[in-house]
Each structure stands twice: as structure tokens, then as C-alpha cells.
Design a protein around this ligand. Structure first.
Ligand SMILES: Cc1ncc(COP(=O)(O)O)c(C=O)c1O
Length: 391
């Protein structure tokens, strides 16, 4: 029997992805997250995770998770607004708000869900969203779901943003930005964005997925580093990156948080995450707060890598964060270099369109406090050598 045409179309589209080297593949890691991992039986030095402080396999967290499960059971059994909200969730939300020094916080199952929930809760038809062109996909999807008009401004171009805001006659306005850009590693001008938000009376959503735990005093994030605090700032933090577990939270003024609890559909219509996870997250907040040594180690590794790389043709993007991208440009060449790195026992992910703009395929090196200086120097030496060999 011939393949039904709907399936056939998918097969053709998959084949097209193959010819453009754009089909994504998953790889199953055999063991815990760390600087060294086993994949497909191979032992690799990994620069891929967002485990910036090396907490994902921290013994205190694995113990906290196991103890949490013993005390709270494994599942929550329902959504938060039915019977799935436990006192340990309350405690976590209080501690999260305390950690980032805001009135209140709401705990979501993931950053993707937080972002796709809060944007439609704050703006809708007739309103306008102003978004950095390099924002994370979850912020773009949240904007699309809201049905507000979406204006995207060129990356970090606050002059263009100002022009767009000045022209807008929308009822409510919202500026939304990554704090640390996930594929570029650079940091948004949060002070400049906040002053535009005040001038044009807009909300400002700051997604600090990659800054929380890493930047600011006690790892309190990019907004703390910039010294910004206002009722109009809605802050998103994710807990699957530096925090080493999973989940996310939104923090801000208590009225805003109350409103989001009433209106964010990705909070309301989903099973609450396990209370055991919430118990372990309490422990990770403590580790992040006390992680000054880990943050210092990470910063030193960033300097080591940047000093040791001697790239001519490939471009190491300016970044002082754990995300250190090397732009190669062509998708096929980027894939090839990633494969060569792997042949040297090093795993760095190749990031291709549509995750990054066409023609800017890159290696996304992410550093972790779990790496040693020798491991980072090894990566730099191999990369220098590979670029030279391809010249
Ligand atoms: C900037 C940014 N926001 C949100 C997310 C989504 O967070 P989560 O992985 O918790 O869904 C990510 C993760 O990749 C991210 O990089």
C-alpha cells in the first residue's frame, strides 16, 4: 500500500531537512550531568549543559530530592488551583521571592511555560509587545499566543525600540527581553530598557534564565546586578540551569503575581510539579546563595577560554557570561567542526537555524564551575588547531 499523502509530505520535509543538514538528533547520556559524560559508550568532555555552577549532580541535591520524595511522595496529584499545591510549594515561593528580593513569586513547571503563560496574561488584542529580535523562543511564542501586536527590534537597539514605542498607540505596552541572550551570551541593557519602560509606561518582562545564580550579588541575577527594582518589572528565573534542577518562577509586585495566578493558563491548566522537587529547590537556593566560590571559578574559566582562543576566521562573540559562542557561519561546516571536536573527545553543540539567524551557525560553548582550567585549555587548543587546519 502506498504511503498516505499526509505522511508522505512529512517524509519529504524531513528529507529536505537532511539535505540542508538541519535535522535535529537527540543523544542519550548514560549517567549524571557533569563536565565529563558518557554518550553512546564514548567518554566525552562536555561543554553543552546550562549547569553553570555544577549543581545538577550535587550530592546535597540528590539527597534532598530523595528525602523530599520520602516526605512528600512523588507526585502532586493535581494542578495548583485544585489540590496539587503543597505547603512546600508555598515555602519555595516565599524563598524564591526572598532570593531575588521581590514581593512575591509564582512557581511554574518550566521557563517555557512561565513565558508562554505570563505574556498573554498581561497583554492581549489591541496591546503591543516590543521584543528584542534575539529573544528566546518561549518569549516569542508567548507573544504570539497573546494576540497583541508584536514589534521586534534589532538586537539591543534601544534607539529603534524608542522609535517603535513613540509611534505606538496601543492601550497597554510591554517590553520583553532575555537578560543574558541564550545563544549569544551577551547581556541586555536593562537600565536603558527600564528607563524606556518608565518613559512610555510599559511593563518590562526580563527573562533571567541564564543570569540567575551566575550574576549579581549572591547569584541573585541580572536585575540585582543592575540594581533595578520596580513594580513594572516582571522577572522570570529558571531553575533547570544554574539551579541544577528544573522549573521556573516569576517574581514581582504582589498584585502582579496574584493576577498571574488568576490568568496564566500554563500555571492553571497543568499538574503541579512534584512537591519533592520543590523541597530540593529550597536546598539549591541555599547552594546558589552561598556559591561565591563557584561563581569566581566560573568567571576565571571564562577568562582562561577567551585568553587561550586564537581564532582568525571564526568569531568568538563578546561575552562575559558562561555562554561563549563561536560563530562559524555555515551550518554544514559548523556540524563538521562539532564532529571533529567529538573525535577529539569533546562535546560542544552545533547550533543552527532556525535557533539562530541564517548564516550564523555556531558552536555554543557553555562553561561550568565543574570544569577545570586544564579542560578549558584543552578545548581552546583543539579549536585553535581545527581552525588552522581548515584555513
Ligand atoms: C532565555 C530562556 N528562557 C526560557 C527558557 C526555557 O526554560 P525551561 O528550560 O525551564 O523551559 C530557556 C531555556 O532554554 C532560555 O534560554
Amino acid at each position: 500500500m502506498s504511503t498516505p499523502s499526509l505522511l508522505h509530505q512529512l517524509e519529504q520535509q524531513l528529507a529536505r531537512l537532511d539535505t540542508r543538514t538541519l535535522r535535529r538528533q537527540r543523544r542519550s547520556v548514560q549517567g549524571p550531568c557533569g563536565a565529563r559524560v558518557t554518550v553512546g559508550g564514548k567518554h566525552l568532555l562536555a561543554f553543552c549543559s546550562n549547569d553553570y555552577l555544577g549543581l545538577a549532580s550535587h550530592p546535597m541535591l540528590t539527597t534532598a530530592l530523595a528525602e523530599g520524595a520520602r516526605q512528600w511522595g512523588s507526585g502532586s496529584g493535581a494542578s495548583h488551583l485544585l489540590s496539587g499545591h503543597y505547603s512546600v510549594h508555598d515555602q519555595l515561593e516565599r524563598e524564591l521571592a526572598n532570593f531575588v528580593d521581590r514581593d512575591a513569586a509564582l512557581y511554574f513547571s518550566s521557563g517555557y511555560m512561565a513565558n508562554t503563560g505570563i505574556i498573554p496574561a498581561l497583554v492581549g488584542r489591541g496591546d503591543a509587545i516590543f521584543a528584542d529580535r534575539l529573544n528566546h523562543a518561549s518569549l516569542v511564542d508567548g507573544a504570539l499566543l497573546s494576540r497583541a501586536t508584536l514589534h521586534r527590534y534589532p538586537h539591543n537597539d534601544l534607539d529603534r525600540l524608542e522609535q517603535q514605542l513613540a509611534k505606538s498607540t496601543a492601550t497597554h505596552k510591554l517590553i520583553v527581553t532575555d537578560a543574558v541572550f541564550s545563544m549569544d551570551g551577551d547581556i541586555a541593557d536593562l537600565t536603558g530598557l527600564f528607563s524606556l519602560a518608565e518613559r512610555f509606561d510599559t511593563w518590562l518582562i526580563v527573562d533571567d534564565a541564564h543570569g540567575l545564580g551566575v550574576l549579581g550579588p549572591q547569584g541573585r541575577g541580572s536585575l540585582a546586578e543592575a540594581g533595578l527594582d520596580s513594580w513594572r518589572i516582571v522577572q522570570v528565573g529558571t531553575l533547570g540551569k544554574a539551579a541544577g534542577l528544573s522549573g521556573a518562577f516569576v517574581a514581582g509586585h504582589r498584585t502582579v503575581v496574584q493576577w498571574l495566578m488568576q490568568k496564566a493558563r500554563t500555571y492553571i491548566y497543568t499538574t503541579a510539579t512534584s512537591p519533592a522537587l520543590a523541597a530540593a529547590l529550597l536546598k539549591t537556593l541555599m547552594l546558589m546563595r552561598e556559591g561565591e566560590n563557584l561563581r569566581a571559578d566560573l568567571s576565571a574559566l571564562v577568562v582562561t577560554l577567551r585568553d587561550a582562543l586564537r581564532l582568525q576566521r571564526w568569531q568568538l562573540l563578546p561575552s562575559r557570561t558562561a555562554i561563549q559562542p563561536v560563530v562559524i557561519g555555515d551550518s554544514e561546516e559548523t556540524m563538521h567542526v562539532a564532529q571533529q571536536l567529538e573525535a577529539h573527545g569533546i562535546w560542544v553543540p552545533a547550533i543552527r537555524p532556525p535557533t539562530v539567524p541564517e548564516g550564523s551557525a555556531r558552536l555554543r560553548i557553555s562553561l561550568s564551575a565543574a570544569h577545570s582550567h586544564d579542560e578549558v585549555l584543552h578545548l581552546a587548543n583543539v579549536l585553535n588547531h581545527l581552525e588552522e587546519a581548515r584555513a
